[in-house]
Design a protein around this ligand. Sequence first.
Ligand SMILES: Nc1ncnc2c1ncn2[C@@H]1O[C@H](COP(=O)(O)OP(=O)(O)OP(=O)(O)O)[C@@H](O)[C@H]1O
Ligand SMILES: [Mg+2]
Length: 254
Amino acid sequence: MDKQTPLVDMRDIHISFGGIHAVDHVSVDLYPGEVVGLLGHNGAGKSTLIKILSGAYQADGGEIYINGEKAEIHNPRDARKYNIETIYQTLALADNLDAASNLFLGRELVTPIGTVDDDAMEAETRKIMAKLNPNFQKFAEPVSALSGGQRQSVAIARAVYFDAKILIMDEPTAALGPHETQMVSELIQQLKTQGIGIFLISHDIHDVMELCDRASVMKNGELVGTVDVNDVTDDDLLGMIILGKRPEGVTVQG
Ligand SMILES: Nc1ncnc2c1ncn2[C@@H]1O[C@H](COP(=O)(O)OP(=O)(O)OP(=O)(O)O)[C@@H](O)[C@H]1O
Ligand SMILES: [Mg+2]
């Protein structure tokens, strides 16, 4: 994959609910191995924008290109065909099931006689966890017994196992303490080196500065602009988020 073709190119996306322009003609893109932060206040339209990419919502208009080709994403199944995996704001894990059962939820491995192959699923889960999060040991327990960071690593393992090329993470560190946040940061760094592109929704400017290559800021459904995080200060980003002000003397896309 050459660096010139974006993994994802969302162009002029718009959607309204009732009279509200939840996403108002927004264009964002994402390159392989890149993390693009999506920032903005509550209700800015971040989740709605990524739900259009993940097939949860259908846009009223606009286009999505994946690897330079026009994509038709009408439902989550379509999104999976394009190797788009989403980790939602409220982690969709089944609390009463263990890590392996969650990893394979809805896509269970079966034995030749058609029964669910728990041993194979656990073996695969151990393999991927050994790579992603070697400290993870809680294979036998329901995920309700896991910490927030451990739950994140199960969700990330699921995406990676099913060959995500494009990963959408909605507030992955919102409910985590510093240690757990560090763990998720390390996971994200590792996914980058595998060429996975990540849209990362976050309210935390510090996380964005540390983890993201670029940041796209939304306000009231509109794109304020997209900047290279190395070109801006925390205050520049805050000005974009709060005031919708594009920083001066900096290249701003969009
Ligand atoms: N299914 C829906 N029906 C009606 N309105 C919706 C729906 N989904 C989102 N909205 C509205 O669209 C706007 C954008 O919401 P969205 O959830 O995308 O914001 P957000 O930037 O993700 O906010 P937060 O930071 O609080 O998660 C809000 O005004 C919200 O009320
Ligand atoms: Mg949201």
